[in-house]
Design a protein around this ligand. Sequence first.
Ligand SMILES: Cc1cc2nc3c(=O)[nH]c(=O)nc-3n(C[C@H](O)[C@H](O)[C@H](O)COP(=O)(O)OP(=O)(O)OC[C@H]3O[C@@H](n4cnc5c(N)ncnc54)[C@H](O)[C@@H]3O)c2cc1C
Length: 200
Amino acid sequence: MYNIAIIGGGVAGLSAALTLASTKGAKGFDRDLKILVIDDENSDLNKATLWNVPLATLGKQGKDALKSIKEDVASYENVDFIKDSATKIERDSNIKIETKESGTFISNYLILATGMHKFSIESDELVTLHHDNVPRDGKVKLASNQKQMVMEKIFVAGLLAGEPTMYACASGSGVRAALNVLEEIYGKLVVVHDVADSRR
Ligand SMILES: Cc1cc2nc3c(=O)[nH]c(=O)nc-3n(C[C@H](O)[C@H](O)[C@H](O)COP(=O)(O)OP(=O)(O)OC[C@H]3O[C@@H](n4cnc5c(N)ncnc54)[C@H](O)[C@@H]3O)c2cc1C
């Protein structure tokens, strides 16, 4: 059982995971959150060379950037990674996620960050729309409200949320989705900020 599952481990999903994981040991955050990232490792970033991403050395390979964020996320013990494809989502009091090979996982909240190419996860409730923020046809997004909520307990991030196809947009969207989930869990607006001596 997880508190938050994230489907999609591109920059959006990993940025969400990093923000959520970093609440462990942060001042003002007393919940011991368990986070799961399910990713089938086919991010667009694997094909990119980056000349315009803040904090990434100019010319950095996208795959190296992805590896580096993943290592940072994995350094938090409250995150599990599963390399697999999510195939089905069902929602009652919790969210049930079926995968191709690794079985079923249960979570209180879900962040969907599977990119813009297609949305092939079976669900009775989710509806895809045309992604109208990219200069190419045939891309998808999910409808969501201002808090990136697709429906109760399910949030969307990155290109699947309709963001432009830029790394920093996808990353920021992942962080926002994480904050929106934390707002639900803590019942108030939160941010995760640190100073030199703030970690226990
Ligand atoms: C050739 C190329 C060059 C680019 N160059 C730049 C650049 O120079 N600067 C810049 O800012 N941006 C660039 N981009 C854009 C950038 O890569 C994207 O904006 C960013 O990767 C989007 O992140 P995301 O997490 O939303 O989606 P993605 O990176 O697509 O990640 C989605 C993840 O979800 C996984 N997934 C999908 N379905 C499932 C499922 N059912 N179960 C489990 N996992 C699933 C995928 O395998 C993938 O790992 C470039 C993109 C391309 C293709």
